[in-house]
Design a protein around this ligand. Structure first.
Ligand code: MG
Length: 162
């Protein structure tokens, strides 16, 4: 049976925003009086991206690879998680073609930080920044995200047969 040369995957994550937490998004620390709360560094963008890669490769999700009950994951740099996802995909014979994410947050404002986020995510994955899309939008004041109490990210990734 012929195997496809491409695979697509999707990822989603959401974390509450808490005062005093560092605001790490896409591996970049953004000046903000609130930041995503969680067991690791709570980098919601890298978590969604990692799940998109793992999903495309047909592998288990990051909650399986990095349980939030594992003390070793406490405060972990999520670059480790994204790199591990890409490494697991590579072990299964897949390389990252491109990655695209939508960050949904009322605060902080992200547009000025998009180039740095693209560059950092590309660096973690070892690909050109032109293969990383980062868009930021708001939830128009609706729900927890819209009230500035949470940040969510949708991600999609295309893998190709290495
Ligand atoms: Mg997460």
């Amino acid at each position: 049976m012929t195997q496809p040369s491409f695979r697509i995957g999707t990822g989603f994550d959401i974390h509450p925003l808490k005062p005093g937490r560092p605001c790490v998004l896409g591996g970049v620390t953004i000046p903000s009086d609130v930041g995503p709360d969680g067991h690791s560094d709570a980098d919601v963008l890298l978590h969604a991206a990692a799940d998109a890669i793992l999903g495309a490769a047909g592998l288990r999700d990051i909650g399986t690879l990095f349980p939030n009950t594992d003390p070793a994951c406490k405060g972990m740099d999520s670059a480790v998680i994204l790199r591990r996802a890409a490494d697991e995909a590579a072990r299964a014979g897949w390389s990252v073609g491109n990655l695209d994410v939508v960050v949904i947050a009322e605060r902080p404002k992200l547009s000025a930080h998009v180039p740095a986020i693209r560059a950092r995510v590309a660096e973690i994955l070892g690909i050109d920044p032109s293969r990383v899309g980062v868009k930021a939008t708001t939830n128009e004041g609706m729900d927890a995200v819209g009230q500035g109490r949470a940040v969510s990210v949708h991600a999609v990734c295309l893998l190709f047969r290495a």
